[in-house]
Design a protein around this ligand. Structure first.
Ligand SMILES: [Mg+2]
Length: 379
């Protein structure tokens, strides 16, 4: 089989109700870059790149596409290494790797369709047939009623059946953050798992101070307490807190995660399949994590394609550690407005009582609705 074409679809949609995390960027539009890889046997594969879509499009179109035309999609690892070595001299992290991730996911989709097997069967099989999803939401919207809106939104997720949620913190005041976490914990009761995400807005002493208080609310993990560049800061925060410290959504490739794991800077690593190097690379990152007894619970923020790729990856992750009643890695199920997540696939990836079935159809196991690509494509 030979690759005959690579088409990148840049999508954008306006967000009616802007929201923000501690990063301070109010999301007013939502973008996506969908990669379509065509072959001479009529099989098409789909991929998804994380990050600003216009930049990813340029990387895919100008840097990656010329190197993979006429290649055999089954040579997925050979292609990964070739692309990585091609970008090596221009910076090894960030959106170049997102571009490679999108291509890699599309190649796995093609291989699965050609073999008539779902991707998880090709990467070692499924340790589970459904994955527990946690709702990511609880951003800051109405600054006048932050606690009320968070409690209402959290209650809504529990009513939908979610048994785990993640909320944003980082309001510039530890008291404000703790009041809002208390409001959410109060709204959801003691049995629903709660995680917090600071999007790296604290320095080390701030993170330790708020972390000690957050432990009183039975918070499962403290995500991105400090800046991703500050690995020594992560080590310090992780050692000083009892709760798990998570991070890594902005780290890339096995080389990037090697240092995090060697230093045991985080208790949970969160590579994004659409950013850190695709399925090929994330399997290696997960193996490195397992070798360090660190849990791998991927970050996910993309389209239905990224969601499906993440579910296959999650299905293939062994328990860490294996035991009688394990605590398997959960699926990040982002809940903000996103038609590319909800409408791009004609196959449903919705949850039932907080669990999502692992797709069993060939490849990613989803059917792309080209009408949605046409509707949201940037002219
Ligand atoms: Mg995060």
């Amino acid at each position: 089989m030979k690759i005959t074409d690579v088409i990148s679809h840049q999508l954008s949609v306006n967000v009616d109700e802007p929201f923000t995390s501690s990063r301070g960027w109010f999301y007013k539009t939502k973008g996506a870059l969908v990669v379509e890889v065509r072959t001479d046997e009529g099989i098409t594969g789909w991929g998804d790149c994380y990050g600003p879509s216009a930049v990813c499009k340029s990387i895919v179109d100008t840097l990656l596409k010329p190197s993979i035309i006429a290649k055999d999609p089954f040579d997925v690892e050979v292609i990964w290494e070739a692309l990585y070595n091609k970008v090596k001299d221009y910076g090894l992290t960030g959106m170049t790797i997102s571009g490679i991730s999108g291509v890699d996911i599309a190649l796995w989709d093609i291989i699965g369709k050609a073999c008539k097997q779902p991707i998880h069967k090709l990467i070692g099989g499924a340790f589970r047939t459904k994955v527990e999803a946690y709702a990511t939401g609880l951003y800051f919207k109405n600054m006048e009623r932050l606690n009320e809106e968070a409690a209402e939104e959290a209650r809504g997720y529990v009513e939908q059946g979610f048994r785990a949620l993640k909320m944003k913190i980082g309001l510039g005041s530890i008291k404000k953050d703790l009041d809002r976490v208390a409001a959410v914990r109060d709204a959801i009761g003691p049995d629903v798992k709660l995680m917090v995400d600071a999007n790296h807005c604290f320095n080390v002493p701030q993170a330790i101070n708020i972390g000690r208080e957050l432990e009183k609310f039975d918070v499962r993990w403290f995500e991105e307490p400090v800046s991703p560049e500050d690995l020594d800061g992560y080590v310090e925060v992780s050692r000083r807190l009892d709760m798990a410290v998570a991070g890594g959504e902005n780290e890339f490739t096995k080389f990037g995660f090697r240092e995090i794991l060697a230093k045991r800077a985080m208790d949970i690593i969160q590579p994004d399949v659409c950013a850190a190097g695709g399925i090929t690379e994330c399997k290696k990152i997960a193996a490195l994590a397992q070798a360090h007894s660190v849990q791998c619970i991927p970050h996910a923020w993309g389209t239905a394609i990224g969601l499906a790729a993440t579910i296959h990856f999650l299905a293939s992750l062994p328990e860490c550690p294996p035991c009688l009643v394990p605590m398997p890695p959960m699926l990040e199920y982002e809940q903000t407005f996103n038609p590319f997540r909800d409408r791009l696939s004609q196959t449903s990836l919705t949850h039932t009582k907080g669990f999502v079935d692992v797709p069993t159809a060939p490849g990613l196991g989803i059917e792309i609705d080209r009408k949605i690509l046409d509707q949201y494509r940037v002219a």
